[in-house]
Structures are given as structure tokens and as C-alpha cells.
Ligand binder design. Structure first.
Ligand code: CA2
Length: 148
């Protein structure tokens, strides 16, 4: 199975570390990308890490991952709660999908407690801060290793 993995990030996550540290911590997305790259090296994963404020770009990356990536982790940000288009794109991806949220969406406003993406996700990590991305990569590596 391919050891290529995509880590995708949705709208406003480029602002991490600049505002709302009580919710999302002090790490920037660049810090998270560096940590993911280091861990991907250890796990022998080939990492593609992207962020966009545009729904269609996230969908295009999911399409790009089809047929070639062994797994995908996604923090869809606010699109989690609204986007059937993202769910449809993920449904067209064959490999394992892990949904990541830095905050615990279940502890927050009611509108954050519904996730369209969870209808497709094989695993969901929420409330583990930026470490959630590392946990997602470890889970994807395990699933890829188990499939052989
Ligand atoms: O907890 C998460 O990771 C979220 O996906 C983050 C989203 C939010 O809409 C989801 O409900 C939960 C928000 C990302 C925006 O991040 C910002 C970071 C700093 C300043 C402003 C926004």
C-alpha cells in the first residue's frame, strides 16, 4: 500500500498561533507542519501537507489523493459542520480517513457538534491540541502497515 499521506487543513487554520490560543494553542500551522514532517520521516510516510481557505482547493487535493495516497488526515475547520461537498469528495477516496480537530468540538457550541465529515471518517481525534495531527499520522501509518 502507498505510504503517501495527505494532511489537509481548512479555512482560517493559517491563523493558528496568532489568535485564540485558549482554544487552539500557541503553535502555528508551520510548527504543526514541521512536527508532522519530522514524524512522517520516522514513520516512513511521504507527506503532503496543505491548507486552504477555499473549499474547492481542499476538494481538488482529495481528488489528487485518489488512487495514489495510502491515507488522508483532515482538519476541515468550519467546513466540518457545513460541507456536503467535502463529504462527497472524501467518499470518493478509497483509503483511510482520519478527522482531526484541535479543540474538543463536543464541548463547544451546539453547531460545532455536528460533523458531515464524521460520516466518512474511519477515526476522529478531537481535543488533543496540535498533537492530534501526530496521533492521526501514527494511526494512518498503522493502518497502512497492517494492510501491507
Ligand atoms: O478545533 C478545530 O480544529 C476546529 O476544526 C477549528 C475550526 C473550527 O471552526 C472547528 O469548529 C473546530 C476553526 C479554525 C480557525 O482557527 C483559527 C485560529 C486562530 C484564530 C482564528 C481562527
Amino acid at each position: 500500500m502507498s505510504r503517501l499521506v495527505y494532511v489537509l487543513n481548512g479555512p482560517n487554520l493559517n491563523l493558528l498561533g496568532q489568535r485564540e490560543p485558549h482554544l487552539y494553542g500557541a503553535q502555528t500551522l508551520a510548527d504543526i507542519q514541521r512536527a508532522c514532517a519530522a514524524l512522517a520521516g520516522e514513520l516512513k510516510l511521504d507527506l503532503r501537507f496543505h491548507q486552504s481557505n477555499r473549499e474547492y482547493e481542499l476538494i481538488d487535493w482529495i481528488h489528487e489523493a485518489r488512487g495514489k495516497a495510502g491515507g488522508l488526515a483532515i482538519n476541515p475547520a468550519a467546513l466540518t459542520h457545513t460541507s456536503i461537498a467535502l463529504l462527497d469528495a472524501l467518499n470518493a477516496f478509497e483509503g483511510p480517513v482520519i478527522e482531526v480537530h484541535i479543540s474538543n468540538i463536543h464541548k463547544r457550541e451546539e453547531f460545532r457538534q455536528k460533523s458531515f465529515v464524521s460520516k466518512r471518517a474511519d477515526g476522529v481525534i478531537a481535543g488533543c491540541g496540535a498533537q492530534g495531527y501526530e496521533l492521526a499520522l501514527r494511526r494512518l501509518a498503522r493502518l497502512i502497515d497492517d494492510k501491507g
